[in-house]
Design a binder for this molecule. Structure first.
Ligand code: ADP
Ligand code: MG
Length: 578
């Protein structure tokens, strides 16, 4: 093919692809515009995963009638005037390409009115071109409605997940902005249901309660740190969890730089480093932090959707966040003694492994970050493949945690919890395959309150939850009625069983088979014997027999080993016999 310049519509679609990847990207650009416009109210509406409709309305400054059309031109912006301005961007937007890009891949309409003008302007675009402009009555502010996103880019549509998952991403985004802008009142409606609302009264902890639950919010530690003495101004503010509150993935670390939502490995790592030694392996803190830094020290123009940021002095940014969180943690531990979850139980002390079981149901309503490459979806296949284990003879229990046993070639130390998890997982999977999962009806149905994200999750998956023995029915806004739980979980507070499960299921890219595995693994994990539990010889023998007959006896459903093997050779070598 000869070289040619592409027609403008094609070029526009290509360029739009950079900015608008999925519905949540549209939501992000529109919300940022509202915040840049000084809005104190931002209302987001989503229908059909944001593909059908996505609307963001604000009470910001509005656009004067004679400028509205210009706003849709590529590189049309009121936020910077020259390349030098790029050096110290203080607004969230600056490239002037969002409206043009969104309009190129959707049917976009805008209704806008500056406070000082009496009437508003209505504008309609098709394929990125303004096809209608009219004076129209409007409240002060701007409302942008995006319909049929990607209808003219079918290739894009194919890459989207389910409507539930896409709406979930928007919910996550809105909650994150609400956390960073507690003085702004956000609301989110998904398919006509009120999914989230913040009050806009400036209370960050209050917003956090709406997102992650009251209990978590009340425990969060205040972060308020400022670089002592001169130099570049560095400040870190926000909330971070005490070691007693943790999550199973690092997606609960939400970071802002000058109130811009960013993905930044260095800063996330700084947070994790501050918790070193305080959290069990595989547990992560929950944090919402905003780093304030002279904009000239950063480069925000490094990523198409402005999700990444570069620092002139990365080390300074790292140590600011690290020290800020450390300080919060040390002050937090002065005010209340926290026991590390990884601490072994001291004699007479109730086992820490059992502590969570009697704790009141935690509202673990956390939302995964939109793009979280770091949350591995653990597959059950062990790295070393399916290795059978020989017939073992149980010798005894060690530390109320391990089963010591002997095989034809040396010693096998079996983790009783992990082993039991594997046994139960396989059993449950068989039962499920036959449609025979046992469920236990509750004497009184329970109402369980859900976070917006959990709610969205449950809406789409009621059937699969039923098939595992969770009988749930919708019951009012963000509330479900729980009538039965899997029999394997009958010893657990039922609401907590459901909420724990939902927390594990939050990961928006889960395929249905992952759902199955995750549900099975969670049910197995919660019903398995704990570390710290006394087991009789017969019980241990039975467990080892069952373990031997499973498909993957050497790993638990989460992929961790169930046993360590010390060969006769290793033993002899260790004792200098060889
Ligand atoms: P950018 O945000 O990078 O300037 P956009 O394409 O997102 O580019 O928006 C173009 C311009 O339209 C903005 O610079 C702003 O002047 C105006 N604009 C967009 N959305 C709003 C809004 N919600 N309220 C007021 N002005 C807006
Ligand atoms: Mg913008």
């Amino acid at each position: 093919m000869p070289i040619r310049v592409l027609p403008p519509e094609t070029a526009a679609k290509i360029a739009a692809g950079e900015v608008v990847e999925r519905p949540v990207s549209v939501a992000k650009e529109l919300i940022e515009n509202s915040l840049d416009a000084g809005a104190t109210h931002v209302d987001v509406e989503v229908k059909a995963g944001g593909i059908g409709l996505l609307r963001v309305s604000d009470n910001g400054c509005g656009i004067p009638a004679d400028e509205v059309e210009t706003a849709f031109g590529r590189y049309a912006t009121s936020k910077i005037a020259s390349a030098e301005d790029l050096e110290h961007v203080v607004t969230l937007g600056f490239r002037g390409e969002a409206l043009a890009s969104i309009a190129a891949v959707s049917e976009l309409t805008m209704l806008t009115r500056p406070h000082a003008e009496l009437g508003g302007t209505y504008l309609r675009t098709a394929e990125g071109v303004v096809v209608e402009k009219a004076a129209r009555g409007a409240p002060p502010g701007t409302s942008v409605t995006v319909k049929n996103l990607f209808r003219n880019v079918p290739a894009r549509l194919k890459f989207l997940k389910s409507n539930t998952a896409e709406a979930g991403r928007v919910a996550t985004l809105v909650s994150h902005y609400a956390l960073a802008y507690p003085e702004v009142r956000f609301s989110l409606t998904i398919d006509g249901r009120n999914a989230f609302a913040s009050e806009g009264n400036g209370d960050a902890r209050g917003v956090l309660a709406r997102v992650y639950g009251l209990e978590t919010a009340s425990e969060m530690l205040e972060v308020d740190w400022r670089e002592p003495g001169g130099g570049i101004l560095l400040e870190v503010r926000g909330l971070t969890s005490p070691p007693s509150v943790s999550r199973s993935s690092r997606t609960y670390i939400t970071l802002f730089v000058n109130r811009r939502l960013v993905q930044n490995r260095t800063l996330a790592f700084a947070v994790l480093e501050a918790y070193k030694g305080l959290l069990m392996v595989g547990r992560y803190p929950l944090a919402v932090l905003d780093l304030r830094i002279d904009p000239r020290e950063t480069d925000v123009n490094v990523h198409p959707s402005k999700a990444e940021i570069k620092f002139r002095d990365e080390g300074a940014a790292f140590s600011a966040v690290h020290r800020a969180v450390q300080k919060a943690l040390s002050q937090g531990s002065l005010s209340r003694p926290v026991r590390m979850p990884s601490e072994p139980a001291s004699p007479g002390d109730p086992s820490p492994w059992q502590a969570p079981e009697v704790a009141p149901p935690a509202r673990n309503g956390a939302w995964p970050a939109p793009a979280s490459p770091d949350t591995p979806v653990r597959r059950e296949e062990p790295i070393q493949g399916r290795l059978a284990v020989p017939i073992l003879r149980v010798v005894g229990q060690m530390g109320r945690t391990y089963i010591v046993s002997e095989g034809p070639d040396g010693m096998y130390l079996i983790d009783q919890h992990a082993a039991h998890e594997r046994v139960l997982f396989d059993q449950l999977r068989r039962d499920r395959g036959k449609g025979e999962v046992q469920s236990q009806a509750l004497l009184e149905p329970l109402t369980v309150e859900l976070t917006p994200q959990q709610d969205a999750l449950v809406q789409g998956q009621v059937e699969i939850l039923w098939s595992y023995g969770f009988a749930i029915e919708p019951f009012g806004p963000r509330t479900v009625l729980l009538r039965a739980v899997p029999a394997a979980l009958k010893a657990k507070p039922p609401a907590q069983a459901l909420l724990d499960l939902l927390e594990r299921l939050q990961g928006d890219d889960l395929k249905s088979y992952d759902w199955d595995d995750r549900i099975l693994a969670t049910v197995a994990c919660h019903s398995a014997v704990r570390a710290g539990q006394d087991l009789g010889l017969r019980e241990m023998e039975q467990m080892v027999r069952l373990l031997e007959s499973t498909d993957n006896p050497r790993t638990c459903p989460h992929g961790r080993p169930t046993m360590l093997h010390m060969t006769s050779g290793q033993l002899e070598k260790g004792f200098g016999r060889r």
